[in-house]
Design a protein around this ligand. Structure first.
Ligand SMILES: NC(=O)c1ccc[n+]([C@@H]2O[C@H](COP(=O)([O-])OP(=O)(O)OC[C@H]3O[C@@H](n4cnc5c(N)ncnc54)[C@H](OP(=O)(O)O)[C@@H]3O)[C@@H](O)[C@H]2O)c1
Length: 263
């Protein structure tokens, strides 16, 4: 299927590795130009160069801490100045830490609020005026399967990501008249550095080996394996395309069947 992304300009947040990088690579393969960000400038530039080499796409790398509004404004300004606009926003960010409810402090809740909800709010706020003026846009919020079924020990994710879903659903209603679609993607356990960190943390908490902790995660997944980042990226590329023009207000999981509810 031709996704017609040639000439489109995408901003993919938190894209130096893991899910964000896979999404950036896939959009570039489909012909989009890219602005990408993350905090570690060296690793970010390495990812940008790899995507340029593999796809020939134009990739602008802007080191950014997504918990800092001034840096988000600068990121969007740099992307808009460089490409003349942003057509596709993929609002992704690092994940909040695991931990039992009674051990999480107010400061950890505040930090997770900034990282998970406010980065999504601020990225959308900064790119939307241009999309509205051009009467075309794609907002894609990358959340987690935790919005459909809470994940043990990830209470910050289970709680704050639902606010992102509320934001996305509200924006979908508000923005449809401008030909802007708004969707959320909800990855299940996917093989990235973050997933390795979560399995390691669980192994330490329960005094079991990494392999045992990994088996426990896999036992909850009907497909019996972790997802591959490119499997989420394929959905994002479709949602970003002209082909998905009537698809808005959804939250779609890519989780190997982990969510046991019918919707
Ligand atoms: N992998 C999974 O199984 C899974 C499942 C559900 C949801 N998720 C969620 O999806 C998101 C991405 O996960 P992942 O597995 O791809 O994680 P990852 O492999 O750890 O990659 C995280 C990316 O985010 C960047 N980042 C982290 N904090 C940032 C900040 N404050 N500002 C800017 N960039 C930041 C990192 O670069 P720097 O460190 O250099 O900033 C890196 O590029 C997370 O929110 C995660 O919780 C993941």
């Amino acid at each position: 299927m031709d996704l017609d992304l040639a000439g489109k300009r995408a901003l993919v947040a938190a894209a130096s590795r893991g899910l964000g990088k896979a999404i950036a690579l896939r959009l570039a393969e489909e012909g989009a130009s890219l602005a990408i960000c993350a905090r570690d400038a060296e690793r970010l530039e390495k990812a940008a160069e790899e995507i340029r080499q593999r796809t020939g796409a134009e990739v602008l790398a802007v080191p950014t801490d997504l918990t800092d509004y001034e840096q988000i404004k600068r990121l969007v300004r740099r992307a808009e100045e460089h490409f003349g606009g942003v057509d596709i926003l993929v609002a992704n960010a690092g994940g909040p830490p695991p931990g039992p409810f009674l051990e999480l402090s107010d400061e950890q809740w505040q930090a997770a609020f900034q990282l998970t909800l406010m980065s999504a709010v601020r990225l959308a706020r900064e790119v939307l005026p241009g999309m509205i003026a051009r009467r075309w846009g794609r907002l894609i919020f990358s959340t987690s399967v935790s919005v459909k079924q809470p994940i043990e020990s990830l209470i910050l994710s289970n709680s704050l990501r639902l606010a992102v879903i509320g934001l996305a659903k509200s924006l979908a209603n508000e923005l449809a008249k401008y030909n802007i679609t708004v969707n959320s993607v909800c990855p299940g356990p996917t093989a990235t550095d973050r997933m390795k960190g979560l399995i390691t943390a669980q192994a330490e908490r329960q005094g079991i080996s990494y392999e045992e902790a990994e088996r426990a995660w896999l036992s909850d997944i009907p497909m019996g394996r972790l997802g591959r980042p490119e499997e989420l990226a394929a959905l994002v590329a479709f949602l970003a395309s002209e082909r998905a023009g009537y698809l808005t207000g959804t939250a779609i999981q890519v989780d190997g069947g982990s969510v046991r509810f019918p919707l």
